[in-house]
Design a protein around this ligand. Structure first.
Ligand code: SAM
Ligand code: SF4
Ligand code: SF4
Length: 305
């Protein structure tokens, strides 16, 4: 077995404590940056780019000019349409250190395995008492696969349960290398029709579906479907995903995640348009026909999850 390199670094954009939705028991979720997909509905747009990025909250800016004085590439100017010229920004974070109001904030920071473990240890007693542990999310956690693997190994060394939210969009070698350290996979399936998948995520789904079969053969796996207006909110599309899930060894539970717009304001902070503008939030009751379809295929169905 590989020795754990506690100094190995990864780019983390958030660590959320006390989650009860993303795996068994009380969990801490570690969000890793980088994702090969560009889902039009993605609620974590700051996760997609592998490098740190800047959030700019115009309403909090008092126009003190301190950020402009320290920016080494002169990427910040009142005349810029988005204030920060993101093509010039080298993501050094100098401006965020001097901004007195946190109008400028950095999304994503470099952390070592040891630093992440120090955060996770704060809730170790909750993990033990509740059968919980840690969940890797993102972004796509397998994008930083070596960091993810070492972190999962370090958690197993502590006896903590490990889970991962994944798109499965990676190579088969990486799946085989990392998934054995994950106790519980939440495997997202967004669409079975390749054209629909490509049009809405930017990526073909062939490798994803093949990896989903492999992942389920390696560890306990639950299928998750984000139900998104105009993408897969039909009984036909959900049934197609359910029929595919029937092929995944050991899968007996499907989570339906109703589309929400919680991430919308983050697009504005990143200076990007929201691709799903005008699509309404879906409610749990909108899931009723989809839940019936999934249960009709013999699965347990959880709304939310
Ligand atoms: C942000 S993703 C990160 C994990 C991984 N990249 C994935 O897509 O599975 C975490 C979960 O949030 C879901 N999700 C993302 N945007 C959503 C939205 N607008 N409404 C509902 N669920 C969403 C994803 O489908 C996934 O199950
Ligand atoms: S330092 Fe902060 S508050 Fe001052 S101009 Fe820059 S973004 Fe605005
Ligand atoms: S796969 Fe997940 S993180 Fe990546 S763009 Fe889609 S929802 Fe966002």
């Amino acid at each position: 077995m590989t020795a754990i390199d506690h100094d190995r670094q990864g780019i983390v954009f958030d660590i959320q404590r006390y989650s009860i939705h993303d795996g068994p028991g009380v969990r801490t979720i570690v969000f890793l940056k980088g994702c090969p997909l560009r889902c039009r509905w993605c609620s974590n747009p700051e996760s997609q780019n592998p490098e740190p990025e800047l959030f700019y909250r115009r309403s909090a800016c008092i126009k003190c000019g301190q950020c402009m004085a320290v920016c080494p590439t002169k990427a910040i100017a009142y005349e810029n349409p988005d204030f920060v010229d993101r093509n010039k920004c080298i993501k050094c974070g100098a401006c965020t250190k001097v901004c007195p109001t946190q109008a400028l904030k950095r999304a994503g920071k470099t952390m070592s395995i040891a630093e992440v473990m120090q955060e996770l240890r704060k809730d170790a007693h909750h993990y033990r008492r509740s059968g919980g542990g840690i969940t890797l999310s993102g972004g796509e956690p397998l994008f930083q696969h070596e960091f993810a693997k070492q972190l999962l190994m370090a958690c197993h060394e502590q006896g903590w349960n490990t889970a991962m939210e994944t798109t499965g969009c990676t190579t088969r070698d990486i799946v085989r290398d990392v998934i054995p350290f994950v106790d519980h996979v939440l495997m997202d399936l967004k669409a079975i029709d390749p054209a629909v998948h490509r049009a809405n995520t930017g990526i073909d789904n062939r490798i994803i579906l093949e990896n989903a079969l492999c992942i389920a053969s390696l560890t306990h796996t639950v299928v998750r479907i984000p139900v998104v207006p105009g993408v897969n909110d039909s009984v036909e599309a959900i049934t197609a995903i359910g029929n595919f899930a029937k092929l995944m060894p050991g899968v007996d539970t499907v989570h339906l995640l109703p589309y929400h717009t919680y991430g919308e304001n983050k697009y504005e902070l990143l200076g990007r348009p929201y691709p799903m503008a005008d699509a309404p939030n879906l409610k749990p009751e909108d899931m009723t026909p989809f839940k019936a379809a999934v249960e009709g295929l013999g699965f347990n169905c959880v709304i939310g999850g």
